[in-house]
Design a protein around this ligand. Structure first.
Ligand code: PEP
Ligand code: MN
Length: 338
């Protein structure tokens, strides 16, 4: 961390700042210039609040050199993390995983039929929302516990591990008991109490990027889960809000390699929510594979026109299958199975 003091800062103030850092066990290197004094702070500065430092009227600028996250940081964990989801490995050099299923669980028959379709197409996990974060309180809110129950039956019939979104702390026991990969949706990416509570369990967490969040904020949310003790985190890019209106969100594919540079955690792509348009899903899924993603999560529905949510971005099972076939060809080219 580099701190610049304002011109004319009194010596007593400078001594005080140096003393404060030394008290915290940090090494302070002072560079005294003609106009400015600059400190280089060496040591673990993760728990120093750089914005708070600026409340000192004699401090002109605070610049971080190291990332504010530690557990998530590749610097301290050079090898890729591989997360085990009920026997399916995600990350590292493992096969690219494909998760498929409807936006919402709509009934027992619907989810079981679709689970068979997903499996037959080559998908390795089943997704389905039971607790839905909807923009309108009048829109379908999900089947709740019944939806989880139906997912469990679909898993029993197909053997596919199940992925579902949690929205509140009071449902954690239900999810730990039933769900294999617990999704934290974009809207809850900064629900810090929820993240801390999920840090205390040992089920894998799928952490989606928030609607308007930077990569660093997203990694800090992963840090919340890991700092509380749960190191099984998979990141998921699902598009971010921009000025563009032709797509539901803007898919930030460069994030795959940036995340891999900054972190050891696996990252998967959701081309469904990223585009909001079924006609764009396949091409973005293939691009994600080429970009180095560790997996895909795709919305699939037998009858998208009648879907209870997000029909416009659902692939029919046949399309999902061809997407996987094409994806395998790309995965082979880049030396990664799928
Ligand atoms: C979902 O996966 O159905 C969902 C609501 O996703 P997101 O949180 O990315 O909007
Ligand atoms: Mn959806």
């Amino acid at each position: 961390m580099i701190i610049t003091c304002k011109k004319g800062a009194p010596q007593a103030e400078i001594d005080k700042i140096v003393h404060d850092f030394e008290q915290r066990g940090l090494e302070v290197n002072l560079i005294t210039g003609k106009d400015y004094n600059v400190f280089g702070i060496v040591g673990d500065t993760t728990n120093i609040d750089d914005k708070q430092m600026m409340s000192n009227p004699w401090i002109e600028n605070v610049q971080r050199v190291s990332a504010p996250y530690k557990k998530v940081n590749r610097l301290f964990h050079p090898q890729d993390t591989v997360v085990d989801v009920a026997g399916i490995k995600v990350g590292g050099k493992e096969k690219i995983v494909v998760i498929g299923g409807p936006c919402s669980v709509e009934g027992l028959e619907q989810i079981c039929d679709l689970a068979h379709d997903v499996k037959e197409a080559g998908g390795c996990m089943l997704r389905g929302g039971a607790y839905k974060p909807r923009t309108s309180p009048y829109a379908f809110q999900g089947l709740g516990s019944k939806g989880i129950e139906y997912l469990v039956e679909a898993r029993r019939q197909t053997g596919l591990p199940i992925v579902s979104e949690i929205m509140s702390i009071d449902k954690i026991d239900e999810f730990v008991e039933n769900v294999d990969l617990i999704q934290v949706g974009a809207r809850n990416m900064q629900n810090f109490d929820l993240l801390k509570a999920l840090g205390k369990i040992n089920k894998p967490i799928l952490l989606k990027r928030g609607l308007c969040n930077t990569i660093e904020e997203w990694l800090m949310s992963a840090e919340y889960i890991m700092a509380s003790g749960n190191e099984n985190v998979i990141l998921c890019e699902r598009g971010i809000r921009t000025f563009e209106k032709y797509t539901r969100n803007t898919l930030d594919l460069s994030v795959v390699q940036i995340v891999k540079r900054k972190s050891h955690l696996p990252i998967i792509i959701d081309p469904s929510h990223a585009t909001g348009d079924w006609e764009l899903v396949e091409s973005m899924a293939l691009a994600a594979i080429a970009a180095g993603a560790d997996g895909l999560i795709v919305e699939v529905h037998r009858n998208p026109e009648c879907a209870w949510s997000d029909g416009q971005q659902c692939l029919k099972p046949e399309k999902f299958k061809t997407m996987i076939e094409k994806g395998r060809a790309i995965a082979n080219v880049i030396g990664r199975g799928m």
